[in-house]
Structures are given as C-alpha cells and as structure tokens.
Design a binder for this molecule. Structure first.
Ligand code: AMP
Ligand code: ZN
Length: 117
C-alpha cells in the first residue's frame, strides 16, 4: 500500500472517512479538527498528497497558492478576521506533526499565547 492509499486525509478527501467538511473547492478541502484546541479549529488541506510543504517541488507551487486561497476563504467565512486567528503548520515529529499530508490549522475564538508550547 503506498503512502497516499494509507493516508487518513486522502481518505477524508475521497469521503472514505467522515469529516465535518466546512469548505471544498477543486483543489482544497477544509474540515473541523476532531480534537479542537480552540473554539474554532479547522484544518485546510490540498487535494494533492504531499507530506509537508517542503516536499512540494517548485513546479508544483500552485498547490500552495491554491491551499492558501482556500485558507483565506475559510478565514473570511468564519469571522476569523474579526476575532483574530492563527495559522499553524506542524512539520516533523518534534514539531508535533501527526498526519503526513500537508495541513494548515486555523485556530480562532480564544486568546492564543506566544511563544507556542
Ligand atoms: P498535526 O499534529 O499538525 O499533524 O495535526 C493533525 C491533526 O489532525 C490533529 O489536530 C488531529 O486532532 C487531527 N485529526 C486526526 N484525525 C482526524 C480526523 N479523522 N478528522 C479530523 N481531524 C483529525
Ligand atoms: Zn494524503
């Protein structure tokens, strides 16, 4: 089984695993995090499978612009601009990455401390 076939977030994209989807376009998907760390905690993922941002080759950077277009749409649609928000991309085990399919966390709805833990 290759990485993509066993990937949880690819299964959510393919609707093989249920998720509370809040946004979908041709190239990205957003859904509520199953273990929310803030009153609003949404994950935004590209439909293309890459393990991390640094794995996206230069000729595929459209994946990143399409992803951040989706992030912006979700942010605008969920009052994040009014309420303040934080984007997080955990990369690698020491940073807490658990799912190796690029995802941007959108956290909003409470005061967020800095530096993060
Ligand atoms: P990270 O630790 O940055 O890799 O983030 C992975 C995130 O995916 C965590 O915040 C998890 O709570 C979340 N997560 C894991 N499984 C699911 C799922 N089935 N549906 C929604 N979110 C999930
Ligand atoms: Zn995947």
């Amino acid at each position: 089984m290759d990485q993509k076939q066993s990937c949880l977030f690819c299964k959510i994209i393919n609707k093989e695993v249920p998720a509370k989807i809040v946004y979908e376009d041709e190239r990205a998907l957003a859904f509520h995090d199953i273990n929310p760390q803030a009153p609003l905690h949404i994950l935004v993922i590209p439909k293309a499978h890459y393990s991390a941002l640094h794995d996206v080759p230069a000729d595929k950077y459209a994946v990143i612009t399409d992803l951040f277009n989706a992030v912006n749409n979700v942010v605008r649609e969920n009052k994040c601009v009014e309420n303040s928000y934080r984007l997080v991309v955990n990369s690698g085990p020491a940073a807490g990455q658990a799912v190796y399919h690029i995802h941007v966390h959108i956290l909003s709805g409470r005061a967020l401390k800095w530096p993060p833990g």
